[in-house]
Design a protein around this ligand. Structure first.
Ligand code: ZN
Ligand code: ZN
Length: 371
């Protein structure tokens, strides 16, 4: 049964906050492990003082304690709240400054603390259409999981880890440096506070193994290159029962021979013949949603852009759909037959006669400038 907290701190029931704080400071320094060199009685006393102050130093907890006494722990207050390593450490940092923070900093990383596993990254390559239209994918990732043979303890089946003999199971070693006691992570156990006599063969005593895992993922329509999809809990396993990290799936979209993407718009470069440009035509244009008829008016210039409304990409953010932009280019043939050459020559001659040849027009304009 715990002693009365007021008695522990040696203050009357009606003590002011300042009086409680002052009493605590005095006692904590007196019984601090730095001064008492591992004396077990003092260590217990030091714990008791901290526990008392963590309650009486907090007005809310103090009033509950005044009402319910030690039973207040059962009134929905978790023991960690009262004497959690972190809680004590912050009280200490406030009161004592940095001198002892190392000591308590060490406690914060004590072996019982749950630590969340790391996030891991995986790259998922998608075809252009898959990224635009969305898809369901299954792929294999490698992630660190808890060893199923030893259940994460690292000890051979049927055995258990024992407290580390170097650090007495605390995971920390202390040494003096002038006035200060400095703490370091125990090199023998790496801070775990545990020693393994017979290592688990499956994980070489680490308690963790690299596992391959099949992952199913729904890729929403509209993701782009370097989009990141987060899958909760599929990262590395946590320590001491901590939750697993997340998996970040980085999307890489393969280039498409026809479609290019500009945010929510799709760009298609379309090559037409000179006569199609001059005479006009109706041509089939591929879109991500099937072929569309595009009517080229007669006299279409090279470089002209046509818009196919709502044939673009759905935005994963606001669900708006972009357009497809069709850029028309006149393809100049590299090889022509003798008959084609003859006809083009004739065409050119007629054009000059009628003063409609664009290049001749420019030539004449340049000549004009120098006259
Ligand atoms: Zn194992
Ligand atoms: Zn150790």
């Amino acid at each position: 049964m715990s002693r009365d907290y007021y008695e522990v701190l040696g203050v009357p029931k009606g003590a002011t906050e300042a009086e409680i704080k002052k009493a605590y400071r005095k006692l904590a320094l007196e019984h601090h492990p730095d001064r008492t060199q591992g004396d077990k009685v003092s260590e217990e006393k030091f714990k008791e003082i901290n526990e008392a102050y963590s309650v009486l130093g907090n007005p809310e907890k103090r009033s509950q304690y005044d009402m319910f006494g030690h039973n207040f722990e059962r009134m929905g207050i978790n023991q960690d709240d009262i004497f959690g390593a972190q809680g004590t450490a912050s009280i200490f940092d406030d009161l004592m400054g940095d001198v002892f923070s190392d000591f308590f900093g060490g406690r914060r990383n004590s072996r019982n603390r749950k630590v969340r596993g790391k996030d891991v990254e995986s790259i998922l390559e998608l075809a252009f259409e898959e990224a635009v239209l969305g898809t369901d994918k299954e792929f294999t990732i490698k992630r660190t999981g808890v060893c199923s043979v030893c259940g994460g303890t690292g000890a051979k089946q049927g055995t258990k880890p024992t407290p580390c003999r170097t650090c007495d199971g605390s995971g920390q070693v202390y040494y003096r440096q002038g006035f200060l006691t400095v703490t370091k992570t125990c090199h023998a156990c790496g801070g775990s506070g545990l020693e393994i006599q017979d290592k688990c063969r499956d994980c070489s005593g680490t308690g963790r193994v690299l596992k391959e895992e099949e992952i199913s993922i729904h890729v929403p329509p509209g993701v782009d290159n370097d989009s990141v999809l987060r899958i909760q809990g599929k990262g590395s396993a946590g320590y001491n029962g901590g939750s697993s990290g997340d998996l970040h799936v980085v999307i890489k979209v393969k280039e498409h021979p026809v479609f290019k993407r500009d945010d929510q718009n799709i760009i298609v470069d379309l090559f037409i013949t000179y006569s199609q440009a001059v005479l006009g035509d109706t041509i089939k244009v591929p879109t991500l949603y099937g072929d569309e008829d595009l009517r080229l008016p007669s006299g279409t210039d090279s470089g002209k852009e046509f818009v196919l409304k709502h044939k673009g990409v759905i935005s994963p953010y606001d669900r708006r759909k972009g357009d497809q932009l069709v850029r028309v280019h006149i393809e100049v043939p590299k090889h022509i037959t003798e008959r084609q050459r003859q006809i083009l020559k004739e065409f050119d001659e007629i054009s000059v006669d009628e003063g409609k040849n664009a290049s001749k027009g420019i030539f004449n304009k340049v000549k004009d400038l120098f006259q």
